[in-house]
Ligand binder design. Sequence first.
Ligand code: GSH
Length: 242
Amino acid sequence: MSQPKLTLVTLGGAFGLQNVSPFCLKAEMLMKQLGLDYDIDVQPDPREAPKGKLPYLIADDRTIADSELIVEYLNDITQGRVFDGLSAKDRAVGLALTRLVDDHLYWIFVASRWLDDEWFPNIVEGFFHIAPRPIRGFIARQARKEITQTYHLQGLGRHTQAEQEGFARRDLQALQDAVHGDGFLFADEPCVYDFALASFMAGVFDQQPVTWMTHVANEYGGLKEYTERVQQQVGVFGRAIQ
Ligand SMILES: N[C@@H](CCC(=O)N[C@@H](CS)C(=O)NCC(=O)O)C(=O)O
């Protein structure tokens, strides 16, 4: 049976990264590993996406928005290859680690970029360069207010900087302990859960300029080596390769 025509719509590059979104990078890593034919289409404005977030996948005449739903779809069209060989326990641990990254550490990462006064000018140029220059700063500051509210609502935004660094360290230690050794999470080959972790950490380690979270993450050398190993193995990198 022929494969559907696949186009992955992603956020594109900024801050020295070829793909600034870990969710987009995760989907790309998985598609590459599965040996699928696909195109990448860059959409710099997430508001144009079906659910206002990137990535989404166009598969023939279907649109699948959200990286986790893309993973499920790719599993369906490859007759279960995404989760092949993983035990129920592997999947439980993999899902829990993915949730740690996507729904907790991710928000600290977002705050380290958006809510740091010194780093914020990078946001203005990296994310809002498509806006006309006279209103670029204004639009970026409006978006920053929304991020501040979301971070507060999530709960992490109520903590001091030192406490936020403590939350980040406990997450990073847990990730490093989960991936210790020379291989990957569950087998000799990386799986979708390795892509969830490595796509996220690649952005933290390789973004330019670095944020305070990069400095904290650099304390976790084993996690950095693992992140590099996954990218090398699949041949998809977070950083822009010259
Ligand atoms: N649960 C979504 C999260 C995607 C997501 O948060 N994407 C970010 C880029 S890293 C985005 O598009 N943000 C735009 C916004 O929230 O307005 C997924 O896994 O695809």
